[in-house]
Design a protein around this ligand. Structure first.
Ligand code: BGC
Length: 573
């Protein structure tokens, strides 16, 4: 293991004794893992301030071991002004006091490893916070300085530079450029921010930036983390010359529209140069013992292109957002599953599957919306008609049971194992997502999937915080979803997930292989994974089941038929 530190780097080095606690059994555990996403501010509050923290997470880890997941991924808990809930990092190598200390992180990691749970942390390399020392120094330094070269500063267009350097739009709404003010009060250069104006984009063509991130990776690897989820992994490299986004002809007056998704070609998503960065990071991970993983958050289509992120010398996994965005419709599901398996297997990577995360409408609400609004839009009090909660939950349970039967690795977002719906009635004055503000309230944004989760039906804030405080208000009818209302109750969503995860492990689904069964009609997804037959009915009419022993079903089965919006696993006779 080589541990070189960059001569230029000012990052703290840390020979952490806890590195030995890393689970080091190798075996490419991530190929079949179920990875549970913890959104720290909304998981469990250990100090009563209404914002979840690392101590709260540590205390609740046994519940995740009981659920039967293999790993946890922690969304950012690093030093941050929290303008984008921590995805605006001011110090990559420290913990924000809101969430605790580095010592709290070490204790959490040690406890997770003791419970056989791997620990993945979130790395945010596309941008920093404007409160990061690198950006503060860049703003104070003259145009053309090395400090400014860490970010993407440019002169404006127009006679006096009053127009932004190009027509790029922020994903959160509005222009992707903000103009600076010089020390003498005159208007200065502009800087690029694909997200909020408090999240300036780094310039990844600068070797200094690359070296800083190698050291950040090593800092957390030395602490014993099992991997990184890499934020905006399709955005780090921008096309040379920062050309305008080309609008389809006739739409020149329209806004080019910011979106995470590289569905159309834009000069900042999915540029070929990003791959060199991940090849470099792959080597950094190999400096360390154990089996560490890089997971790409890359909204790239088609899947055949996304597969480039997980070639053998790059990352290990990429989130399958094509799967997440697939409607509850058997033909669409069959086709995305086929496409995923073929694309990922083509580069010897596992397929991944995901239905919910902290950026999208929870699938127990989304699957009752037709069509769901684009990612980031959210859903709120003024939207009509309201999605049907019971239908959404039934479909979500069926969709989750289908997902957990697929070969490869699956992601579960905190609260989906409880069947939590999107919190749709949040008042405007409670909202915190920059999307809401940058769209002047026209888009609700992502707060509805980030509401603190319920643990105990009868406790203040449903047991999220001992003081009953909660940074986003929790709906009044969530007692029914609380973990303790579901524990040990046959058929509850929590018991459904727990049983499914146990069976998934027992039957080796993660490393299994899928064979389609095509005798059930168009509205049905049916396949075998090893000895188990999986049948999901997305249509309105019940379908006849084959003779067999039922292992688990997403709804109670009263006869030898599979009702609408239901999935079953069985051993056929
Ligand atoms: C994260 C978002 C975040 C954005 C900017 C994403 O894709 O998942 O929550 O707002 O990156 O960092």
């Amino acid at each position: 293991m080589t541990l070189e530190s960059a001569p230029e780097s000012s990052l703290p080095t840390n020979e952490n004794p806890l590195a030995e606690t890393a689970l080091s059994t190798g075996s490419e555990w991530w190929r079949s893992a179920v990875i549970y996403q913890i959104y720290p501010r909304s998981f469990a509050d250990g100090n009563g301030d209404g914002i979840g923290d690392l101590a709260g997470i540590r205390e609740r880890l046994p519940a995740l071991a009981d659920l039967g997941v293999d790993a946890i991924w922690l969304s950012p808990f690093f030093t941050s002004p929290q303008n984008d809930a921590g995805y605006d990092v001011a110090d990559y190598c420290d913990v924000d006091p809101l969430f605790g200390t580095l010592d709290d992180f070490d204790q959490l990691e040690r406890e997770a490893h003791r419970l056989d749970l791997r620990v993945i942390v979130d790395l945010v390399p596309n941008h920093t916070s404007d409160q990061h020392a690198w950006f503060i120094e860049a703003l104070a330094a003259p145009e053309g300085s090395a400090e400014r070269g860490r970010y993407i500063f440019r002169d404006g267009q127009g006679d006096s530079g009053e127009l932004p350097p190009n027509n790029w739009e922020s994903v959160f709404g509005g222009a992707a450029w903000t103009r600076t003010t010089n020390a003498d009060g005159t208007p200065g250069q502009w800087f690029l921010h694909l997200f909020d104006s408090s999240q300036p984009d780094l310039d990844w063509s600068n070797p200094w930036v690359r070296e800083q991130f190698r050291e950040i990776l090593r800092f957390w690897l030395r602490r014993g983390v099992d991997g990184f989820r890499v934020d905006v992994a399709h955005g780090l490299i921008k096309a040379d010359g920062l050309p305008d986004v080309n609008l389809p002809s006739g739409e020149e007056e329209d806004s080019p529209g910011g979106s995470m998704n590289q569905a159309v070609d834009v000069p900042y998503w999915a540029q070929a140069g990003v791959h060199e960065i991940y090849r470099d990071w792959h080597l950094v991970l190999e400096e360390f013992e154990g089996d560490r993983v890089l997971c790409a958050e890359a909204w790239v289509e088609p899947l055949a292109k996304l597969a480039d992120w997980v070639r053998p010398d790059e990352m290990h996994q990429a989130f399958n957002f094509s799967y997440l965005e697939t409607p509850w419709s058997a033909p669409a599901i069959r086709s995305v599953v086929d496409e995923s398996i073929s694309a990922f297997h083509g580069v010897n990577a596992p397929s991944t599957w995901v239905l919910s995360n902290h950026d999208v409408i929870r699938h127990s609400t989304r699957l009752a919306m037709s069509p769901p609004p684009p990612q980031g839009t959210g859903v709120g009090p003024r939207d009509e008609p309201k999605p049907n909660e019971a239908l959404g939950l039934q479909r979500a349970r069926a969709a989750s049971l289908l997902m957990l039967a697929l070969p490869g690795s699956s992601y579960v977002y905190q609260g989906e194992e409880l069947g939590l719906p999107e919190a749709m009635e949040l008042p405007d004055d409670a909202r915190q997502d920059p999307t809401f503000f940058r769209h002047a309230g026209e888009k609700y944004g992502r707060d509805g999937c980030r509401v603190p989760i319920p643990w105990e039906a009868e406790a203040p804030s449903y047991g999220f915080s001992t003081t009953g405080s909660s940074w986003l208000p929790q709906p009044g009818d969530w007692a029914q979803y609380a973990r303790d209302s579901q524990t040990g109750i046959p058929g509850s969503t929590l018991e459904l997930y727990t049983l499914a995860l146990q069976l998934r492990r027992e039957y080796g689904f993660g490393l299994g292989s899928l064979e389609w069964l095509d005798t059930y009609g168009d509205d049905v997804v049916a396949f075998t994974n090893g000895d188990v037959t999986v049948i999901a009915n997305t249509g309105p009419v019940a379908v006849e089941l084959p003779a067999g022993d039922i292992l688990v079903s997403s709804e109670p089965l009263t006869e030898a038929a599979l009702p609408a919006d239901t999935t079953v696993w069985l051993i056929a006779r």
